[in-house]
Design a protein around this ligand. Structure first.
Ligand SMILES: Nc1ncnc2c1ncn2[C@@H]1O[C@H](COP(=O)(O)OP(=O)(O)OP(=O)(O)O)[C@@H](O)[C@H]1O
Ligand code: SF4
Ligand SMILES: [Mg+2]
Length: 323
């Protein structure tokens, strides 16, 4: 039985940024994303977690087709995104929306809210002109913003309200997928829960799938169905959310969880305090073997020699020589 349809399929995706090298010097590449694969079903929330610089935003930009991959493939609704043109590309741009970390930077400061939210309706010809304002009103109401907001400018709102407006803008085009890149991290802690609840309501009511990028494990735990843990451009563990939080396999996942002990489901034996003495390697000069070996408290003799591949264990995936 296939009750949930596959919406997005990412296969061996890579993005290498070429760095400026000295005259005549060898070409150097920063491997921001280095062979990432995952699937997102309709109506699912797929979370990507990992420390700063591990490649989360680069994945988001690749998914949005704001960046061209160095290699690999993105399939959306069964079609290769790289090959989309004309009307199909337009339809893709409508189907996949993004919500950024900083709601202020992503709203035009000179545009009133009514104009900012009318734009997508006009660009994608989604409603007759005379209906647009009512549709905008309706969507703003859904995210908890009242009528009087229509003729105001972004600076007249609080951070939380601005993020609601950005979410409303993403909803105007009835997308199938929203990519949310750290949607809460620019907001006050007291506001974060409200936006989190809003995202939860949207998930329940609309069936829109979400790729949720966050370094905040509480957010991921609350909202997601599946989690991919990234380290230096690669997925090191992927599993259902409950499995990740109740029994992480990869030492790096354990390390991330140990810094969020307030998630009570983490068993004490799955918390790692020691992170080893090593530094985080540079994505320009990745070490041989497992990229995490410089910090791993559980490393084996093989770990600095042979790179572990992501393999299936009990319906989940982990890249580590311990398994
Ligand atoms: N346009 C670019 N040119 C060169 N390097 C880049 C570019 N964009 C990103 N990078 C590098 O790629 C790596 C991944 O960056 P990315 O922004 O995807 O990380 P991130 O996981 O989103 O981090 P954060 O949690 O801080 O947002 C980093 O080392 C970053 O410096
Ligand atoms: S492969 Fe080795 S170094 Fe890497 S996470 Fe597993 S045990 Fe640690
Ligand atoms: Mg980022």
């Amino acid at each position: 039985m296939n009750e949930k349809q596959n919406l997005l399929s990412v296969e061996a995706l890579k993005k290498y940024f070429q760095l400026k090298s000295g005259f005549g010097g060898p070409k150097k590449f920063l491997k921001a994303v280095d062979g990432v694969s995952f699937d997102v079903n309709e109506n699912a929330v797929f979370a990507i977690v990992g420390e700063s610089g591990c490649g989360k935003t680069t994945v988001a930009r690749l998914l949005m087709k704001l960046l061209e991959p160095t290699d690999g493939k993105i399939m959306f609704k069964g079609r290769d995104v790289a090959a989309l043109k004309g009307g199909d590309l337009m339809a893709f741009r409508r189907s996949v929306q993004i919500v950024f970390q900083d709601p202020f930077a992503s709203l035009n400061p000179r545009m009133r809210i009514v104009d900012a939210l009318s734009e997508p309706f006009k660009i994608h010809k989604l409603a007759p002109k005379h209906e647009i304002k009512d549709r905008v009103r309706e969507i703003l109401m859904k995210v908890g913003i009242t009528d009087e907001a229509l003729y105001r400018y972004p600076h007249e709102f609080s951070g939380g309200q601005r993020q609601r407006i950005c979410i409303a803008r993403a909803l105007t085009v009835s997308p199938s997928l929203i990519v949310a890149d750290e949607p809460l991290s620019a907001l006050d802690v007291s506001i974060q829960a409200q936006i989190l609840n809003l995202l939860q309501d949207i998930k329940k009511e609309t069936g829109i799938a979400l790729v949720l990028i966050s370094h905040d494990l509480r957010v991921v735990h609350y909202l997601s169905d599946e989690v991919a843990v990234m380290y230096l451009g690669r997925i090191v563990e992927r599993a259902k959310t409950e499995a990740i939080f109740s029994g992480p396999l990869h030492p790096y996942t354990m390390l991330l969880l140990s810094s969020a002990p307030e998630i009570r489901r983490i068993k004490p034996e799955n918390r790692t305090r020691s992170v080893g003495s090593g530094d985080v390697p540079s994505p320009v000069n990745l070490p041989q073997g497992c990229a995490f070996h410089t910090r791993c408290p559980k490393r084996l003799a093989v770990c600095d020699k042979v790179e572990p591949v992501l393999k299936e264990t009990n319906g989940r995936q982990v890249a580590c020589h311990l398994y």
